[in-house]
Design a protein around this ligand. Structure first.
Ligand code: UGA
Length: 435
């Protein structure tokens, strides 16, 4: 099928390449000429495992092209909207500028019978408004939220755990059938395919992210209680996680969640609920946000306390900058926030990360960056693990760290290290919510 994908960021670029990899003819469109130039060469403009391979295959096959020219969308049967919906500069609500611009820019190139499939995360009610504009052209609007995780985006797009399509009004059944064809390989595997209305489809997305954020903040709240009682939150998570109704995933206590989705999505959800007169229904999301941000303070406090009450002029090795491993994304990264706060206390902070240094340096040029993990640790007074890359969590032994520095303080912001092993090697180990 001929498809267009408007917006070639983390979501759109992966979607375009993944759709080409399952046999569609895809044009990716973005206003950012630099991004389009990179993608057209079959290269990924950001770090995402597996993406370079499917991009170069797609370009070589001739089925995948990229352009800044919206006119290239004409002739496609389905037009995916995958632009960003960041948090507004002066509030919690989502900024819909890019979604509106993408849809309005696309309107002149739509033909009757075309389908516009929104993938961006939007406040509930947005799709119904867009539908009026889209349907005036004879095209149909559906909402098809995306659940991909950065770091696993290619796999999540080609082989998702569910597909959700929100449709409106007449002709809706036909539109859902076309989407079924688009996702034929996943549908053939029996992937749940849920057809619903526009509002439900929009809500499914924000509800899923709100639930995940709540799960993380729940365990981090338990970490706060563990800290004043001497309990161990990691054992607690293991124990409650054995209950299949609860489940162990997303019960990783530490410095909390960040990234381009969870933080801004729970804030946008709160803002939208307020507009709808139902602010109290999701008032707990404010608490979820606050618990999350408190964990960053806690990590900084553990370092300062461990250094005897002041970080001034101390060399601190910060392991990680990305908001999570397998990503170079530093949007609302708890890791980088902790580094910036320590720097603000007068510490000599050196940050390392396998993928995110360039992005981090652009936003926080005041910090010192070092590509080598070992050089980062060398002569450090304290080491803090803030992104659980295997290089730091699995591969760094306390014996090796001891050979690089005389400092013997390690703060484990992701509860990823073997506490007993570090202590046995003479380190003062501090986890999050662990004795
Ligand atoms: C999240 C959702 O997981 C995806 O399903 C969704 O599609 C995506 O947002 C989106 O809306 O586009 P992502 O932002 O890639 O995906 O990251 P997650 O894997 O959800 O991790 C989010 C944050 O939570 C990270 O900072 C991670 O370190 C943190 N986290 C995760 C914890 O602190 N503890 C955990 O147990 C799990």
């Amino acid at each position: 099928m001929k498809l267009s994908v408007i917006g070639c960021g983390y979501l759109g670029a992966v979607h375009a390449a993944a759709m080409a990899s399952i046999g569609h003819e895809v044009v990716g469109i973005d206003v950012d000429a630099r991004k389009i130039e990179v993608l057209s060469k079959g290269e990924a403009p950001f770090f995402e495992p597996g993406l370079p391979e499917i991009l170069s295959e797609g370009i070589a096959s001739g089925r995948l092209t990229f352009t800044t020219d919206m006119a290239a969308a004409s002739g496609a049967k389905v037009h995916f909207i995958g632009v960003g919906t960041p948090q507004q500069k002066d509030g919690y609500a989502a900024d819909l500028t890019y979604v509106n611009a993408a849809v309005d820019g696309l309107l002149p190139y739509l033909s009757p019978g075309d389908i516009v499939a929104g993938k961006s995360t939007v406040p509930v009610g947005t799709a119904a408004e867009l539908a009026v504009r889209v349907e005036a052209t004879g095209a149909t609007l559906v909402w098809n939220p995306e659940f991909l995780r950065e770091g696993f985006a290619v796999q999540d797009t080609i082989d998702p755990d569910r597909l959700v399509v929100g449709v409106s009004g007449d002709g809706a059944d036909g539109a859902a059938e076309v989407l079924r064809e688009v996702y034929a390989p996943a549908v053939a595997k029996g992937t749940p395919f849920i057809v619903t209305d526009l509002a439900t489809a929009e809500l499914v997305k924000v509800a899923a992210n709100a639930f995940l954020a709540t799960k993380i903040s729940f365990i981090n709240a338990m970490a706060e209680i563990a800290e004043v009682t001497g309990a161990d939150v990691t054992q607690l998570a293991d124990a409650i996680g054995h209950d299949v109704r609860i489940g162990r995933r997303f019960l990783g206590a530490g410095i909390g969640f960040g990234g381009g989705c969870l933080p801004k999505d729970i804030r946008a959800f709160s803002a939208r609920a307020e507009e709808l007169g139902r602010g109290e229904s999701v008032a707990f999301l404010r608490e979820v946000d606050e618990i999350n941000l408190r964990r960053r303070d806690r990590a900084v406090q553990l370092v300062v306390d461990g250094l005897g009450g002041s970080a001034f002029n101390k060399k601190i090795a910060v392991l990680g900058a990305a908001f999570k491993p397998h990503s170079d994304d530093i949007r609302d990264s708890p890791a980088l926030d902790v580094a910036v706060r320590l720097h603000g206390l007068g510490a000599r902070v050196t940050v390392t990360d396998p993928a995110a240094i360039d992005n981090a340096r652009r936003v926080h040029p005041q910090l010192t960056y070092e590509a080598s993990r070992d050089e980062t640790i060398r002569d450090a007074d304290a080491v803090i693990l803030v992104t659980e890359w295997d290089e730091y969590r699995r591969d760094l032994t306390p014996e090796h760290a001891s050979s690089l520095t005389g400092g013997r303080l390690v703060v484990d912001g992701r509860n990823g290290l073997d506490a007993a092993a570090w202590r046995a090697a003479g380190w003062r180990y501090h986890g999050m919510g662990r004795p």
